[in-house]
Design a protein around this ligand. Structure first.
Ligand SMILES: NC(=O)c1ccc[n+]([C@@H]2O[C@H](COP(=O)([O-])OP(=O)(O)OC[C@H]3O[C@@H](n4cnc5c(N)ncnc54)[C@H](O)[C@@H]3O)[C@@H](O)[C@H]2O)c1
Ligand SMILES: [Zn+2]
Ligand SMILES: [Zn+2]
Length: 372
C-alpha cells in the first residue's frame, strides 16, 4: 500500500510499504478514507522530536473497518469509524478514569509525540489496536466526512483546552494560536457560551477564520497582544486563557523562537484566580531548542506572578475519548460544524507538498485532509 513516510527533517515521501495485518485478536484494520495533517506532525517533520526516519506519519484517521480480529465484539466489517489520535487500552487506571491520553499500557515510557510503537494512518490502511475501545462508530455514508475527521484530534483538543482552563459559560477567554487547535478552542468556547473570545496569531488567513466564527482577532506582529486585549476591554483582564501554540512559539517578528512567550503573556492577561488551559505541546527534550535549558524541557516563566494571582493551570494531551462521542453528536444534530477550519482536501500523493506548505503556514494551508 502507499503511505507517507518520514525521510529526514523537512522531508516526507509517499512510498510503497507492507499493508498492516491483524497482530492481536483485539485489532481491526481500517481502510482509510480521510487522514489529516496536524501541527503535531510538524514537530516531527522538523526533526524536533525523537521520531526516527522510516516511520509512517498520521494520527488523525477515519475510514471503514476492513478486517476484524477474532476478539473484537462491538465493531463489524464496513463500520464507519474515527480513531482518537492517542491509542488507549481501556483497562488501566487512567483509562478507567477517562484519562485515555495517559494510558500506562500503551505509553509505558510516555514517548507519544513521536508516534510510539504505532504506524500512522497517512496510508491506505491502518491497524487499530484495542479496537472496540478506540474506534468511535459514525453514521454510515459520506455525510459530515470533514467534520468527523476532526474528531480524531483537533475538535476534542480545542474543547479540552477550554475545559483545562476551568471555563464557565458567560466568561471571557483568550486563545493564543489560531492554528487548527486554537481555532477549535475558540469555536468550542463560543459553543459553550463565552462572552468574549480573543484569538492571537500573526497569520492573516488564520486571524480571518477566527473573525468569521465571531472571535476578536489580535495580531501579535503589530504590538504586544496583552496590551491590545486589555485596552479593548477597558483595562480589564480576561477570565480564562488557552495556549494553543506550545514550545515552538515565536516572538512578534515571527522569526525568533521563544518557548516561554505565550506562558508569560497568559499569566499577564488572565485575571487573578482565573485559569490557563495548555494543550499546546511542551516536550521534556527538544533537539532543536533555542537554548540549553529549553533543550531539556526547562521553560522559565514568572511562577511568582502565577502564584500571586492564584491562577490554576491544566496541561497535557487531550483525552479524546472523554469528548468525541458527544462532539460527534453535536455534529450530527447540526449544532457544531468544525470543518470551517479545513483549508485543503488533497490526494495522499500530494503529501510532500502539503507538509512543506503547511509547515511554512503559507498559501492558506490551515488544515489539510488527505484522501488515500
Ligand atoms: N494537547 C494535545 O492533545 C494536542 C493535540 C494536538 C495538537 N497539540 C499541539 O497544539 C499546538 C497547536 O497545534 P496546531 O495544529 O494548531 O499547530 P499550528 O502550528 O498550525 O498552529 C500554531 C499557531 O501558533 C501561532 N503562534 C506562534 N507563536 C505565537 C505566539 N507567540 N502567540 C500567538 N500565536 C503564535 C502560529 O502562527 C500558528 O498559527 C501544537 O503545539 C500541537 O502540537 C496538542
Ligand atoms: Zn493531531
Ligand atoms: Zn490504558
Amino acid at each position: 500500500m502507499r503511505a507517507v513516510v518520514y525521510q529526514k527533517p523537512f522531508s516526507v515521501s509517499v512510498d510503497q510499504v507492507p499493508k498492516p495485518t491483524i497482530l492481536h485478536p483485539d485489532d481491526v484494520i481500517v481502510k482509510v478514507t480521510t487522514t489529516c495533517i496536524c501541527g503535531s506532525d510538524l514537530h516531527m517533520y522538523e526533526g524536533r522530536t525523537a521520531a526516527k526516519p522510516g516511520i509512517i506519519f498520521g494520527h488523525e484517521n477515519m475510514g471503514i473497518v476492513d478486517e476484524v480480529g477474532s476478539g473484537v465484539t462491538l465493531l463489524k466489517k464496513d463500520d464507519r469509524v474515527v480513531m482518537p489520535f492517542n491509542v488507549a487500552c481501556g483497562r488501566c487506571t487512567n483509562c478507567e478514569e477517562g484519562r485515555t491520553a495517559f494510558c500506562t499500557i500503551v505509553n509505558p515510557g510516555f514517548g507519544y509525540v513521536a508516534m510510539g510503537p504505532y504506524s500512522g494512518g497517512q496510508a491506505e490502511y491502518v491497524r487499530v489496536p484495542f479496537a472496540d475501545f478506540n474506534a468511535l462508530v459514525l453514521p454510515p455514508g459520506i455525510e459530515h466526512e470533514e467534520d468527523f475527521a476532526l474528531l480524531a484530534d483537533i475538535f476534542p483538543t480545542g474543547w479540552h483546552g477550554v475545559q483545562l482552563s476551568g471555563f464557565r459559560p458567560g466568561e471571557s477567554i483568550v486563545v493564543f494560536g489560531a492554528g487548527p487547535v486554537g481555532l477549535m478552542a475558540a469555536y468550542s468556547a463560543i459553543i459553550r457560551g463565552a462572552s468574549d473570545v480573543f484569538v492571537v496569531d500573526r497569520v492573516p488567513e488564520r486571524l480571518e477564520k477566527a473573525k468569521e466564527i465571531g472571535a476578536i482577532p489580535i495580531d501579535f506582529s503589530t504590538s504586544d497582544p496583552v496590551d491590545q486585549i486589555i485596552n479593548i476591554r477597558g483595562g480589564k483582564e480576561v477570565d480564562r486563557g488557552v495556549d494553543a501554540v506550545g514550545y515552538q512559539a515565536v516572538s512578534g517578528d515571527g522569526k525568533t523562537e521563544q518557548p516561554n512567550v505565550v506562558l508569560e503573556a497568559l499569566i499577564r492577561v488572565v485575571r487573578p484566580t482565573g485559569g490557563l488551559g495548555i494543550p499546546g505541546l511542551y516536550v521534556p527534550s527538544d533537539p532543536g531548542a533555542p537554548d540549553s535549558a529549553a533543550a531539556q524541557g526547562y521553560i522559565s516563566f514568572p511562577f511568582g506572578k502565577l502564584f500571586e494571582k492564584g491562577l490554576s493551570l491544566g496541561t497535557g494531551q487531550c483525552n479524546v475519548k472523554a469528548y468525541n462521542r458527544y462532539l460527534r453528536d453535536l455534529i450530527i444534530s447540526g449544532r457544531a460544524k468544525p470543518s470551517f477550519v479545513v483549508s485543503h482536501n488533497l490526494k495522499l500523493d500530494s503529501a510532500a507538498e502539503a507538509y512543506e506548505k503547511f509547515d511554512k503556514r503559507i498559501d492558506g494551508y490551515t488544515k489539510v485532509l488527505l484522501h488515500p
